[in-house]
Design a protein around this ligand. Structure first.
Ligand SMILES: NC(=O)c1ccc[n+]([C@@H]2O[C@H](COP(=O)([O-])OP(=O)(O)OC[C@H]3O[C@@H](n4cnc5c(N)ncnc54)[C@H](OP(=O)(O)O)[C@@H]3O)[C@@H](O)[C@H]2O)c1
Length: 321
């Protein structure tokens, strides 16, 4: 019998455990407590072949001598690749229609919020003022997606149907229907110069960390109908330099921002971002991994590997995502 271990940091594992046991009825599925303790026998832990993980503790790996693969419960794998004692085993991430649909909703919600002048109307409402503002059409705005991967391409697809002009920037050259594409450091400026609304869906890697700073903000298009560029970051908080972000939002380099992720999470109460009228804050919920749907993908991965087939959605450790 194959043993699958759940280690979900501070999340409550009970729903994941129940769903995973349902889809893997013939395997032994065990879980660590949110505080990292294991309440079963040590030999049960030692038998673990698959680790299903969110932010596992680095010392866990020394207790798993039979481990064959690590399955991230998120699309991002920075929580694994940053660990000092990570074994050289295949790591797979989540690529799932439910997770993708949730991110597409978030991106579309925030793009429309800014296109329809949501921040300005909120300010007017607080002052009990009835005032109609000139409304830019979707076709007048270019949404630039930084990170044209699974989530970026799916978001672009819906935004194109709403009438926006779409551009995208990725590491390698790629063709995406309806999207003007750019790639690599050499084409970053050209991409930014066209962009009214910058949507960041990059992974956190040594190359991308801190990329959302003054240089990027100051190269965005300033002549667009929104009166200044907008940032939407649903990638990772470590991508953004928050001191430079706050400065850009104060001095008008950025007109507004929607932020789902932060350098430090939870965002400290002392952060000036909380009280800025031109900032929308959500607490890292753009696309939450759902214990009702994702265990099916995890079960498929375990069954594939047990049948001698390769895992899907394997992370490129050299590239960092
Ligand atoms: N806020 C949330 O709730 C939430 C939920 C899920 C995911 N996320 C974040 O979203 C990220 C993207 O997920 P995904 O499934 O779309 O990932 P993905 O399919 O791996 O796509 C990543 C994209 O980023 C590009 N990229 C990576 N490094 C780059 C670099 N140095 N320069 C330029 N482009 C670079 C990749 O380029 P190539 O196309 O050339 O490979 C690719 O287009 C995840 O890593 C995670 O951090 C956040």
């Amino acid at each position: 019998m194959t043993t699958v271990l759940l280690s979900l940091a501070d999340w409550n594992p009970s729903r994941w455990l129940a769903s995973l046991r349902e889809v893997l009825p013939e395997e032994k599925v065990i879980a660590l407590e949110p505080d990292g303790r294991f309440s079963g026998e040590a030999d049960e832990l030692e038998a673990t072949e698959y680790l299903v993980a969110w932010k596992p503790r680095p010392e866990l790996f020394a207790r798993l001598p039979r481990l064959k693969a690590i399955l991230s419960v998120g699309a991002g794998v920075d929580h694994l690749l940053n660990l000092p004692q990570l074994p050289q085993l295949p790591i797979a991430r989540i690529v799932d229609p439910d997770l993708t649909a949730r991110m597409v909703e978030y991106v579309t919600w925030q793009v429309l919020h800014h296109q329809r002048l949501g921040p300005s109307y909120q300010t007017l409402q607080r002052a009990s003022r009835w005032r109609q503002l000139p409304q830019p059409a979707a076709r007048e705005l270019t949404v630039g997606i930084m990170g044209l991967g699974v989530l970026g391409i799916a978001s672009a697809d819906i935004l194109i149907r709403l009438g926006f002009r779409l551009t995208g920037w990725s590491r390698r050259a790629k063709e995406v229907a309806g999207v003007v594409t750019y790639h690599g450091d050499g084409q970053l400026t050209a991409f930014l110069r066209e962009t009214d609304i910058l949507v960041c869906l990059l992974p956190d890697t040594p190359k991308t960390r801190g990329i959302l700073g003054h240089r990027v903000f100051s190269e965005l298009r300033r002549e667009g109908p929104l009166g200044g560029p907008v940032l939407i970051n649903a990638g990772r908080g470590k991508l953004q330099n928050e001191a430079e972000l706050v400065a850009a939002l104060k001095d008008g380099t950025l007109r507004a921002a929607s932020l789902d992720v932060f350098q430090e999470e939870p965002l400290p109460a002392s952060s000036p971002l909380w009280n800025m009228e031109n900032v929308v804050i959500t607490p890292h919920v753009a696309s939450i991994s759902d214990p009702a749907t994702l265990p099916r993908l995890i079960a498929r991965q375990v069954k594939r590997m047990e049948a001698g087939e390769p895992l899907q959605f394997v992370v490129d450790r050299a590239a960092g995502y």
